[in-house]
Design a protein around this ligand. Structure first.
Ligand SMILES: Cc1ncc(C[n+]2csc(CCOP(=O)(O)OP(=O)(O)O)c2C)c(N)n1
Ligand SMILES: [Mg+2]
Length: 342
């Protein structure tokens, strides 16, 4: 006899949740919501002239950061490009010093001298925040090399954009990571554009995992709107890397809701309003809320209270940043250049 439909639906949800405890799942939901509201506040502060320099926001991509970073241990390494605030939050960096950094304050993660593109926290093994496209990809291989050399059994997650896969350093790093069996997981956040250039106008192959074939590297392509799918895939790559030291390349298909940076328009001439609206229907936070509701883990009251909780955190971040001092003038050159003493 066929199982009743409700039972099938329930068992599907059970397997989707992968046995993860309710506390963990709700923590991920709260984190994704905090990420969204944090970035929205950044957009406001940028418009008010309180944030200077470049500022790239992560709205729409939250499931990638939360799903991937919760697939590693606290002492594993994360390295990324300039769209970095949310990944720092997922890695456990206190959002207050992140906001202070954005407002160029001395209490910021790099004492107010790095800004939005250079969030860094050594204690949390969050190794940046790198503004030059592709520059951090070989560094990730180096970090993984060091972890293996020291027998730490740690892995390195390296996030990059689709555009970064066209840069020479990407290919050099993948070659060495594969040749030397380095425990690094390269995650391409394919949000379909590098600034205003669509993937198919910049890359000879649209399936970016094909780039792993040249280096005999394991690879997979997944959707980036489902935090649970991201978690499952990255966890499997992480377990494999810890076991065998072998690297992986995972392409995650995602979408950015805002302009490339805060000085760019939302659509520009490279994408239509309709496209953005269509993509927004696949909002990863709403999708996750739907899954948690179907599993009877949250209801509308929970969502409302989470909103309040997150709003309070963001307000406290801004207060902390606004009340913090600017870096003192006599420290202008301190920590900027490394003095080898030679
Ligand atoms: C070497 C280098 N070339 C050009 C730039 C200017 N630039 C900044 S971001 C960007 C696009 C990168 O796109 P992608 O890797 O897809 O990341 P996304 O912004 O979509 O997250 C470019 C060309 C740069 N920062 N570094
Ligand atoms: Mg991109």
């Amino acid at each position: 006899m066929n199982e009743p439909l409700t039972a099938v639906k329930e068992s599907r949800i059970e397997s989707k949740l992968q046995g993860l405890p309710k506390k963990v799942l709700l923590g991920w939901y709260d984190e994704m919501l905090l990420s969204r509201r944090f970035e929205e506040k950044c957009a406001q502060l940028y418009q008010m002239g309180q944030i200077g320099g470049f500022c790239h926001l992560y709205n729409g991509q939250e499931a990638v950061s939360t799903g991937a970073i919760h697939a590693i241990n606290h002492d594993d390494y994360v390295i990324t490009a300039y769209r970095d605030h949310v990944q720092a939050i997922s890695k456990g960096v206190d959002p207050k010093p992140i906001m202070a950094e954005l407002l160029q304050k001395y209490t910021g993660t790099t004492k107010g001298k790095g800004g939005s593109m250079h969030i860094f926290d050594r204690d949390k093994n969050f190794l940046g925040g790198h503004a030059i496209v592709g520059s951090h990809i070989p560094i990730a291989a180096g970090v993984a090399f060091a972890a293996k050399y020291r027998n730490e059994r740690k892995v390195c997650l390296c996030f990059m954009g689709d555009g970064a896969t066209n840069i020479g350093t990407f290919h050099e790093a993948l070659n060495l990571a594969s040749l030397w069996k380095l425990p690094v997981i390269y995650i391409i956040e394919n949000n379909l554009y590098g600034m205003g250039t669509a993937v198919e106008r910049a890359s000879a192959v649209e399936d970016l995992t094909k780039k792993a074939l040249a280096y005999d590297m394991r690879s997979a392509v997944i959707g980036g709107h489902d935090v649970l799918e991201v978690y499952r895939t990255i966890k499997s790559a992480v377990d494999h890397a810890r076991e065998t030291y072998e690297p992986s390349l995972i392409e995650v298909r995602t979408y950015r809701y805002r302009g490339h940076s805060q000085s760019d328009p939302v659509h520009g001439h490279y994408r239509t309003k309709e496209e953005v609206e269509e993509e927004r229907k696949k909002d990863p936070i709403l999708i996750f809320a739907g899954v948690l509701k179907s599993a009877n883990l949250i209801d509308d009251d929970y969502i409302e209270s989470a909103e309040k909780k997150v709003k309070k955190i963001v307000t406290e971040c801004v207060q902390f940043a606004e009340n913090s001092p600017e870096p003192p003038l006599d420290e202008l050159y301190k920590d900027v250049y490394y003095d080898s003493g030679r």
